[in-house]
Each structure stands twice: as structure tokens, then as C-alpha cells.
Ligand binder design. Structure first.
Ligand code: IVH
Length: 665
């Protein structure tokens, strides 16, 4: 019989091996079902025996709802960037300079230039201890909690010749497929789209909720090792070792001796990149020998032993057929170009984004124009130029519309944002349907209904806004075309269930402009009921961390509008949650009166937001930075060294989660 400790260790070992097979070698040896079974068993045991907690257990891959805080950390070795070029002549210059300086044989390693965000991973005694972004090259953000969810990054290294202390540099990327799905989801929720996979990866790695990071399925490649005890003097060999230790290293690295071989690699990948599942924006050339790298040295910005050759963006020429104007839930009107279909980076492009009126005017667009489209990563590509010589003079100049295409109301232009809005909030069908779609979406009320159902119910006059959903009856639904008892029941059940969705999500569901998920959370914490929020002044609103004038004004505008007040009133009458859970509000005392706390690090027993509420509910205050007015620091794991140093200097008491909970017991 194994002891629980032995079983936990064995499961961790097995899961690590399967992660490696799946994410690094892309050769899984067990089914997903089997894998999930191992993972569930490990989670069970870890919950039962918290004494065997390990920050690098594979179970951390799923993330947690503990709010991240990113401490700034200094890099052990500065993170330099690379000299970039688009010119083959400069590649030749680089090669000849290296040859002249070294005056001996050398080899160049050619690699793909991954288009993501760079990351520095610190391992000690085989364990991942820290992951830091590039930042300004000298100091970056500690994003360890998020990085631990990326399955191709090993949490523990195994195999031979692993140095005690090692730093691996690499790139965190978001594959095209994941990026496109994420943007589709965001489009449905009218959240701003990410421009390209690089921005999406950068945004994701800085998220506060590591569970969301885990859901977004980031990947990684390692392209450089640093440390005093590297196994080889060859960069190429070191990468091969790294692969054996558990890192994902691209198979497409190649050692070259001549310029011809280098250009062959460049030409091959400029074309072949279309077929990769992730974005690359060029190739990187590095001198292989570490000794030679040292001899070549670095400028203050770049190493002299490497260069990045960047590809030109891919573009295609096609014809502009027409321009459609779409109205979103906030009334904003966006122009979209309809194009003669053309193949670009492996996908057939039919539409392109035109952003706003200024963009249309800058391009001087006419219907029938031959236009250049570039993908550059956007979910819908953009038009970057017009071939004016090909113009026949027949096509009409594209004009921004003056009236809403959905309801005919004259549009208003918001000068700050160069955007046109339809002001008919109450009557414009596009806005009404858009708001309902947002209301039912997964992160809001999570009511199981698609755009077709909304369209159907709206066109039949069964719903005029989202509050009407709560009046729907079985008889209304069961006789609809293609509906049956089962679908009617399911929808009613899903609507009923939404009544228990907590207040912050209800607040998000209202669709107040600029109030996204995070802002809704913050507002709900600061104003624990809708009445409190409605009564808050601009000043009250702006005292909340992260709420500026734009958001505060938008909240005030919302409650000043009788249409929305009536809407909220009707939702209330149906019993939706319009205040924070009574449980949370009840437990109040004066035990922490006059005391200011700063919260730092990551926590096990409660989330950071819960600790904030507990402090406030017991009469204390929460400060954002350590100062002489701070009484206590509530410290979790990974408290930043800068804060620790300051706290010690000012003689501020540092308490653990357990000590804090005792204080308010
Ligand atoms: S080597 C000192 N190799 O490109 C050498 N960088 O423009 C440091 N990148 O910040 C970088 N793929 O984020 C290297 N195979 C590769 C790379 C790569 C992508 C990124 C990296 C770096 C940027 C420089």
C-alpha cells in the first residue's frame, strides 16, 4: 500500500510525463479521459492532505481565482532586444562583420522569430521559481502564477546535466486558432478585439485571474539559456539539452555555415510561415559558440552576435464591392468593407475593417477600387491602401452615413473618438438586440440562447428588452416554429437559474458603456448595492481604484436615463441579485477600526477581493502602497522584495492569512 504522500508524488510524476508527451513532443500516450482521471485523483488527494502542498504541482495548471498582483523584479541578466532588419543586404553585412571580427570558423544558428511576448524563466534545483516579463529590459513583472498555467512550460525539470541554477528565455505565444476563437467570443460580447496574437498573448499574461489565463491556452518556445553551468559551449546543443529537460524547443532550428544556406532558410520560411499554426514575423540568426558570442559582445541595446531578419507583411490586391454600416449595442456605428474574395495567409478574405470615418477619408475610398488588404493578425483584415491608377472613375466615393441604417435616426459624431453613434437608445432594434445578447452572454447572466433565438423572440414581439425574458411563459415558446416542449423548458430553466447570478455579474450584464467585467467587480465591491451605486456622485465613483472620469460619467449617464432606470426596476421586481450577498455584508465589526492594511502576494484561504471586503467590513481601510500610514501588511506567498524591504525599513508589522483571520475571529 502506498502512503498518501507516495501516491501524490507518483501522480505528479506521471502527469508531468504526460504533459511533456502532449505539449512538448506532441505525442500523447494516454487518452484525455485517462489524463483527466489522474488529474482529478491528484486534486482530491491534495485537498485532503494540504500538508503536501507544492507550488509546482501539475494541478496549478488550471489556475485559481486569487487576484494576481505583479511585483517588479530585476533581471539577473538584462533582457536585450535584437537588431531588426528588413534588408537582405544588412544580413550580409552582419555575416561579414562577424567573420571579420572573429577571424576563425564559426556557425550561425537560424531560428524562427516567434511573434509573442518574451519571458524569462528562473529554475533552481529543477523547480520553476519565477517567471518575469521583459519589462524595460532591466526590470520586469513577476507573472509566475499565470505562467504556471502554460502547459508547455515545465514546472519541474528532469533528465541529466540540469544545472542547479538556470534561466531559460523564450516566447509566450497564442496560436492562430486560439486567437481567432478568443476574438470571436469577444466580438459576440462587444469587447474590444485583440489586434493580433502578440497583443492577445501580452494581454493574457498580465490578467489578474489565472483561471482565465489557463482557459486561453497559451503556448511557449524556449530559444536561449543563461547560467554559469550550461552543459555545452554550443547554443544549438544547449537547446537540444533543454528539450530533453522538458522545455519546448522548436524543431526548426538549423545550423548554417554559409550565407547561401542562411538565405535558403529565410526564403523557405517567408513562404512556409503561412502553414504554421502560430505567427512568426521573421527569423533570428545567432552565432552558435558561446565563447564567440562573448568575444563579439553587445552594444547597450543589442548583442553583436545576433540579428533578426523581419518578413514584409503579407498583402493581397482585390476589389471593394460595397461598404456596410453595422450598429452595435452601444449605438456605435462601424463601417465594414465587402470585398471580392481573395486568398491571404491561407484564409479566404471577404470583409475588411474600416474603423471609422477618418480612415475612410484618409484612404479616399471609392466603390470598385482595387484595394490592398493586409492580415497583420486581425480577425478581419484591414485595407491599407488603394491602387489609384486602376481607378475607372465610375465608382462612387464612399461616404459615412448620416442616418442609422437600422432605425433611420440621425447619427451623432463623438469628436473624441471619431465615432458615430445612433442616439435612439430605446427604439433602435440593433441596439436593443445587441443589449439582450450582451445580457445573456456567458460572463453576464449566462442564459443559454443564441442570436437566432433573440431575433425570433424579438420579431414576434415577445421581448422588447432583456427584462421581458423573465415574463416569458411556456405557452409563448412551445408553439414557435421549430420549438418543442424540451427547448421551451430548457430556456425557461436557464432564465430562472440566472436569478441567482451574483450582483457584480448582473451589473456587468446591464451593459453600461465602459463597465466591463473587472470594472463591474470593482464597482460592486465599493458600492455593494445598486441603490448605493445609483446615488454615488462623480467624486464617490472616482475614489474607486481604476475608475476615472470617463467610466464615472458613463455610470451617471446610465442612471440619469429613465429608460434604463425603468429597466433596472423591472429586473429587480423579478428578483435578480442587486446587492452583494447578505452573508458578505452581515459579518461586520469594529475590530479593525483605524487600522490600514496593504495586501501583498497570493493567497490560499481567500481571494484578495475577499480579504479587501473583510477588512472594510470590520472597520479597517485598505491602502494601495506601503507608507508610514500602513499598520499591517497582509502577506501571502511571493510578496514582492521591494515591499518587504520597505516594510522592514518602516517597521510595519507583516501578518499571515491565518494571523489576519484570528484578528477578526
Ligand atoms: S533571441 C539576446 N530568439 O524577438 C537574444 N528572440 O526583437 C535575445 N524572439 O525580445 C533574443 N523569437 O521576444 C530570440 N528565436 C528567437 C526569438 C526571439 C522571437 C523575440 C524576443 C525578443 C525579440 C527581439
Amino acid at each position: 500500500m502506498k502512503t498518501p504522500k507516495e501516491e501524490i508524488e507518483e501522480l505528479r510524476r506521471q502527469i508531468r510525463e504526460h504533459d511533456y508527451n502532449y505539449y512538448v513532443l506532441a505525442q500523447p500516450v494516454i487518452s484525455d479521459y485517462e489524463y483527466d482521471r489522474l488529474m482529478r485523483r491528484l486534486m482530491e488527494l491534495e485537498a485532503q492532505y494540504p500538508e503536501y502542498y507544492d507550488p509546482n504541482s501539475p494541478t496549478v495548471r488550471v489556475g485559481s481565482d486569487i487576484t494576481n498582483e505583479f511585483e517588479q523584479v530585476e533581471h539577473r541578466y538584462p533582457m536585450l532586444s535584437l537588431q531588426n532588419t528588413y534588408s537582405t543586404n544588412e544580413v550580409t553585412d552582419f555575416f561579414n562583420r562577424v567573420k571579420r571580427t572573429l577571424n576563425e570558423d564559426f556557425e550561425i544558428v537560424c531560428e524562427l522569430k516567434f511573434d509573442g511576448v518574451s519571458i524569462s524563466l528562473i529554475y533552481e534545483n529543477r523547480q520553476l521559481i519565477r517567471a518575469v516579463t521583459r519589462g524595460d529590459g532591466i526590470r520586469g513583472d513577476d507573472v509566475t502564477t499565470n505562467v504556471r498555467t502554460i502547459r508547455s512550460i515545465p514546472l519541474v525539470l528532469y533528465g541529466d546535466h540540469v544545472p542547479f541554477s538556470i534561466e531559460a528565455r523564450g516566447e509566450i505565444i497564442m496560436p492562430w486558432k486560439v486567437f481567432e476563437e478568443l476574438n470571436k467570443e469577444r466580438e459576440a460580447q462587444e469587447e474590444p478585439l485583440f489586434a493580433n496574437p502578440r497583443n492577445a498573448a501580452a494581454g493574457t499574461i498580465k490578467l489578474q485571474d489565472s483561471r482565465e489565463v489557463a482557459r486561453r491556452k497559451l503556448e511557449s518556445f524556449i530559444y536561449y539559456l543563461l547560467g554559469d553551468e550550461l552543459p555545452s559551449d554550443s547554443h544549438f546543443e544547449n537547446l537540444n539539452h533543454a528539450r530533453k529537460w522538458g522545455f519546448r524547443v522548436s524543431e526548426e532550428i538549423k545550423k548554417c555555415r554559409t550565407l547561401e544556406e542562411i538565405f535558403e532558410y529565410i526564403t523557405y520560411w517567408d513562404k512556409e510561415r503561412q502553414n504554421l499554426p502560430f505567427a512568426i514575423d521573421g527569423v533570428v540568426l545567432k552565432v552558435d559558440s558561446l565563447t564567440q558570442q562573448q568575444r563579439l559582445g553587445a552594444t547597450s541595446k543589442f548583442p553583436r552576435w545576433a540579428i533578426a531578419y523581419k518578413f514584409n507583411p503579407e498583402r493581397a490586391l482585390t476589389r471593394l464591392l460595397s461598404v456596410t454600416f453595422q450598429v452595435g449595442r452601444t449605438g456605435a456605428v462601424t463601417p465594414v468593407a465587402n470585398l471580392e474574395p481573395v486568398l491571404l495567409s491561407g484564409t479566404l478574405v471577404k470583409r475588411a475593417s474600416l474603423y471609422n470615418e477618418d480612415m475612410i477619408n484618409a484612404l479616399d475610398l471609392h466603390i470598385g477600387d482595387r484595394v490592398y488588404v493586409e492580415k497583420g493578425g486581425e480577425i478581419i483584415p484591414k485595407i491599407t491602401g488603394v491602387d489609384k491608377d486602376a481607378r475607372t472613375g465610375e465608382g462612387e466615393k464612399v461616404q459615412f452615413i448620416k442616418y442609422c441604417p437600422e432605425c433611420g435616426t440621425p447619427l451623432i459624431r463623438d469628436e473624441d473618438e471619431a465615432i458615430y453613434y445612433c442616439p435612439n437608445i430605446e427604439g433602435c432594434p440593433a441596439q436593443i438586440k445587441g443589449r439582450i445578447q450582451h445580457f445573456v452572454s456567458r460572463k453576464a447572466m449566462d442564459i443559454d440562447m443564441g442570436p437566432e433565438t433573440i431575433e425570433l423572440l424579438y420579431s414576434k414581439g415577445l421581448i422588447k428588452d432583456a427584462a421581458d425574458l423573465y415574463n416569458l411563459k411556456f405557452e409563448d415558446l412551445v408553439n414557435l416554429e421549430r420549438w418543442g416542449e424540451k427547448s421551451a423548458k430548457n430556456l425557461l430553466q436557464s432564465i430562472e437559474k440566472s436569478k441567482s447570478v451574483p450582483y457584480p455579474r448582473v451589473l456587468y450584464a446591464l451593459g453600461i458603456r465602459y463597465v466591463g467585467e473587472t470594472v463591474a467587480q470593482k464597482l460592486a465591491q465599493a458600492f455593494p448595492s445598486i441603490d448605493a451605486l445609483e446615488q454615488a456622485s462623480m467624486e464617490d465613483l472616482m475614489t474607486v481604484d481604476g475608475i476615472g472620469e470617463r467610466i464615472a460619467q458613463s455610470v451617471k449617464d446610465y442612471f440619469a436615463n429613465p429608460v434604463f432606470c425603468d429597466f433596472v426596476q423591472r429586473l429587480r421586481s423579478h428578483g435578480l441579485q442587486f446587492s452583494l450577498n447578505q452573508e458578505n455584508l452581515k459579518r461586520q465589526s469594529d475590530k479593525l477600526k483605524g487600522k490600514t492594511f496593504v495586501i501583498s502576494g497570493t493567497f490560499r484561504l481567500h481571494s484578495r477581493d475577499e480579504y479587501k471586503s473583510l477588512i472594510v467590513q470590520n472597520g479597517g481601510k485598505v491602502g494601495s502602497s506601503v507608507s508610514k500610514n500602513t499598520d499591517y501588511i497582509l502577506a501571502g506567498e511571493n510578496m514582492g522584495p521591494a515591499k518587504l524591504e520597505k516594510a522592514n525599513r518602516l517597521g510595519i508589522k507583516i501578518i499571515t492569512e491565518e494571523e489576519f483571520l484570528k484578528m477578526i475571529e
